[in-house]
Design a protein. Sequence first.
Length: 391
Amino acid sequence: MRHAAHRIKFLASDKVPIRQPTIQHRLHRVVGLVFGALSHTHGVGHQLRHVIHELVPGLHRSLRIVILTAYMGTNPPRHKVDFVARERPLVAQTHAQWSSPIQFPNISPEIFTISAFGMEFALRWYALAYIVGILIGWRIVVAAVNRAALWPKDTAPITARQIEDLLTWVILGVIAGGRLGYVLFYKPAFYLANPGDIIRIWDGGMSFHGGMLGVIVAGWLYCQKHGLIKIQVGDAMAIGVPIGLFLGRIANFINAELWGRPTDLPWGVIFPGHAAQDCGQLAALCARHPSQLYEALMEGLILGVALLYLAYRRGALKAPGTITGTFFVGYGLARFIVEFFRQPDAQFISEGNPLGLALQFGGYGFTMGQLLSLPMIALGAYLILRAKRHS
């Protein structure tokens, strides 16, 4: 046992020293405690209930792992602990015995398919998430502007009819900004060599940060055209965004895409596909963090409830910029944290950079998602402080 305590190794395809093991352990503990709350929620529709049903047993088994991890965090070994490799922690043999990965639920990405005139038309979960998210977000914003008492001088900055017009601008902003953001932030060299592929959005490739910039530009132009107070309209738009993020991340999970890094934690999910199973393991199946669900919980459910609470219970809409700033800070922090568990895009991973860091200095650095989230956090903090000074 003494020799085991002297040297604990993390096993994965690449061996890279991680110099802050306690941070990684504590992040696993935080996600474990927060993600356990999902076991008390109900899904949307029969297939989503099936997803939660499949995940709950693993969450209950995680309690023992959290206790062990907490003990290790508060009682670190007196000798040097080596963390070799980027992923797939193996804390001890007992830990591996407790772990029981969850098989990915048998859910089709397509809700239904209709064949007509020799062609097939399918409604996919991802498309439904976009549609339902936009519709619910729209109704949330309309409900807020219909309550004039929530706003400065008891006057809403925009009418319900104008929100319908703005919705068209927002949809265009999401599509154009999301696509251009992906092209510029994630694969500029590829699209510079293949400019014709930029418009092929049906092949996939959208960036949230780019979509957010597109929405900001669209909203700014609309307010400029109609003489509306931009920061107050931004507050109205912000409270309707999290529901779309929540549904979008659930759809990512159903599509078995944007999964996380390999893990031995009991709620790790065995996603299908060669890429998801390419973890460098010698045998057995590879379980990964369901990072899509982490994001759905943090940037969708928790952030959405927080914004509604601030708007309806704390009078935050009377201090213009508070809701928008809180959204930026909340999303930025959630995304920054989840990036520790989310598998980076393949183009950033190399033999010398197995963690997929977009910017690194001496073994430390940031993923592209973290880099893009830092300006959001800074801008959000500025807007909150500005709102407090003017309120």
